[in-house]
Design a protein around this ligand. Structure first.
Ligand code: G3D
Ligand code: MG
Length: 182
């Protein structure tokens, strides 16, 4: 962490999982219709509530189309944490999401970063539960040193996004105190 009151995050995930909608809901506290992201969006967000209150998050939202995925590591390199967004209703593409997540976490530098999975689109009727998503993504089989957490959300209403910021911040603080003990 550069300064203790500011953290840099990279938000990744397949295209159409809702990353840009999440980013703009966090920024403007309302639903904004996002157009597909060509390269990236970046916003600085000062958290107003929860355990991360007063902390500034600089969030990079990186395009998730398959030709953009090789670029993901360029963004994570200077990050304090990774947010990985999945569409909770798109069971078919969860397998693809899992493969991308595994590929991402193959890089030893990324294994050191706390990972927050946002199970987005929990408002949809056939959305999978957090437990099912945890299983389908293989989160319990990740590298033992990998710190992770999963939070359900709906980027349209903003439900779950404060909890998501809290969970991400808690992981970052925890990791920092682990490092200090070494
Ligand atoms: P991306 O940035 O990950 O590619 P976007 O995804 O933010 O562009 O969102 C893709 C589509 O999913 C958008 O719909 C957006 O409105 C919708 N979406 C995002 N979050 C949610 C959610 O929580 N619930 C529901 N029901 N839809 C969501 P369009 O129609 O513009 O493609
Ligand atoms: Mg986008």
């Amino acid at each position: 962490m550069g300064s203790s009151s500011s953290v840099q995050l990279t938000m990744l995930g397949l295209d159409s999982s809702g990353k840009t909608t999440i980013l703009y809901h966090m920024k403007f506290e309302q639903y904004t219709n996002a157009t597909p992201t060509i390269s990236y969006n970046c916003e600085t967000i000062k958290v107003k509530e929860g355990s991360a209150k007063g902390i500034t998050f600089k969030i990079w939202d990186v395009g998730g189309q398959d030709n953009k995925r090789p670029l993901w590591n360029q963004y994570t390199r200077s990050s304090d944490g990774i947010i990985f967004v999945v569409d909770s209703e798109d069971k078919e593409r969860l397998e693809e999401a899992k493969l991308e997540l595994i590929r991402l976490l193959k890089a030893p530098d990324n294994q050191k970063l706390p990972l927050l999975v946002i199970a987005n689109k929990q408002d949809l009727q056939h959305s999978l539960s957090l437990h099912e998503i945890e299983t389908l993504l293989g989160l319990r089989d990740l590298h033992p040193g990998q710190m992770w957490s999963i939070i359900g959300a709906c980027a349209i209403t903003g439900e779950g996004l404060t909890e998501a910021m809290d969970a991400m911040y808690d992981l970052i603080v925890k990791r920092k105190s682990h490092k200090r003990k070494k």
